[in-house]
Write a protein of this length. Sequence first.
Length: 190
Amino acid sequence: METTLLSDMLKKKDGEIQFNGLSDTFVCRNEDVENFLKNKAVQSSKLYTSATYLVSEVTDRIDLLGYFTLATKMLTLNHDNLSSKQLKVIKRFVSLDADTNTYRLPAVLLAQFGRNFSERSKSLSGNALMKIVLERTEKAVSLTSGKVVFLECEPKRKLLDFYQSCGFFLTDNAVLSKSSRRLVQMFCFI
């Protein structure tokens, strides 16, 4: 299995054509995740607003198994909603804002996370893809700073259970997507 940074692929001759061929084979159960890969990932990579990673297997052809996109963003956590264990970790690298009773910390946003469900693609489990995500994120923050990765997802039990099984904690933060859908935030220490 290979993990390729989209921006590196785009630097190669015909890299965008190769990417378009790969993304055309990508089928996801989440329409927004599929749409981002096919219509926004290249522009976001070129503008350096996020980093998209392609997870593939190369045999006689390239099989795009899944992808994920990372970006940096501030995460706000309410002091009263954190466990004593979480507070112990957070207090090591960020201070409490007494006025708002919150911690604002630099974090890595797992902006996109998707497996390829195409019948022509080899299956990759969500756990295997998340392991790659957390390894890459840990490597990235070791070069800079930070200790937290977070994501925003629909409050569906199956999604929440999956992310919790991967070590993520639900926050009390609710946000609206660009399409005005309610999302919840979850975070994980790396």
